[in-house]
Ligand binder design. Structure first.
Ligand code: DON
Length: 308
């Protein structure tokens, strides 16, 4: 049986069963604006590369995509600078939390991968050096790949995170002290906080990531974003590093490349098939959406659509 024909039925079934179960975990507390979010929000959107969409719950409500944006920053830096980016950031999983400072000391300021906070800051530094107007230019890139003019930063969230961003400020200054930052840490952090504040609905998020799932993806201007090899590498980094010290677990349970954010979003994709976005704000101990992980584990099991 072709399981693909059953996407809506399977989404509805898993959605209602998870809704009926306990909603464990805690909404991110360390960013005051994020702590205010309704913990019971729960949305799903599946976008196939054949332009079909399937949804459930709060799929059309905007939320803060947070660290999921790191993949978009990485994609733009890779597009502009090519393989040179790997001189300043690695491609190894850390086994540590996303905001850990420990390895940076032994690694001499070269973050292990671009999806932890330090790695994303180095990527932001590259973008800051190479974009004429970093924040508007990055937003234009996101709008272009998402084919969507309605995507924007949240000033309130960026400001809120900046007001309490002591650990990120420490990380960024630490990297600067090793000489792996060209620009002023304050400007890099401003770019980083804004990047993390991007807001999207589940539908917008799933559609924005199609460029990594569909080999034939073209923008409205008929442009390719990344080469096949570049897209393969970004998917590989999401597979191994997208969930920090829970990346092995996500791979084990879900079996897809993906990326989480502390706003409660998870984006996962099946190359040549689909992108799926799940949003539920309560996070587990590792900072990944409790219901999001659960949903995706059941989804790839029922649809038999993991990459493995
Ligand atoms: O820098 C931070 O802490 C947040 N702006 C992003 C962290 C995040 O989303 C980690 N994801 N699970």
């Amino acid at each position: 049986m072709d399981k693909a024909t059953n996407y809506q039925e399977i989404i509805d079934e898993i959605f209602s069963s998870i809704k009926a179960e306990e909603n464990n975990g805690q909404v991110a507390q360390y960013i005051p604006e994020l702590a205010k979010i309704d913990p019971n929000k729960f949305g799903i959107y599946l976008q196939t590369i054949n332009n079909e969409g399937f949804s459930a719950g709060d799929w059309n409500a905007k939320f803060s995509i947070q660290s999921i944006s790191k993949v978009l920053g990485l994609s733009l830096a890779y597009k502009i600078l090519g393989d040179k980016i790997w001189e300043r950031v690695g491609v190894e999983p850390t086994g540590n939390p996303f905001n850990s400072l420990i390895q940076l000391e032994t690694d001499q300021g070269i973050p292990r991968n671009p999806l932890i906070n330090g790695g994303a800051m180095v990527i932001c530094d590259m973008l800051f050096s190479h974009l004429n107007n970093p924040l508007p230019d990055f937003l234009d890139f996101v709008k272009q790949i998402g084919k969507n003019d309605k995507i924007n930063y949240s000033e309130a969230i960026a400001k809120s995170e900046k007001s309490v961003g002591y650990r990120n400020i420490a990380l960024c200054n630490f990297i600067k002290s090793f000489g792996n930052l060209e620009n002023n840490p304050e400007e890099v952090l401003n770019f980083y906080f804004n990047m993390c504040s991007l807001e999207m609905t589940c539908q917008e998020l799933a559609q924005t990531f199609l460029f990594l799932a569909d080999d034939n993806f073209r923008t409205n201007e008929d442009k390719r974003i990344l080469s096949m090899s570049q897209a393969k590498r970004i998917n590989a980094i999401m597979q191994t590093c997208g969930f920090y010290d829970e990346s092995g677990e996500f791979s084990f349970k879900v079996g897809l490349p993906g990326k989480s954010g502390v706003g409660g979003g998870i984006l996962a994709l099946h190359p040549d098939k689909y992108c799926i976005a799940v949003w539920s704000p309560k996070l587990n101990q590792k900072g990944n959406s409790y219901r999001g992980m659960k949903f995706l584990e059941r989804f790839t099991t029922k649809t038999e659509s993991s990459i493995f």
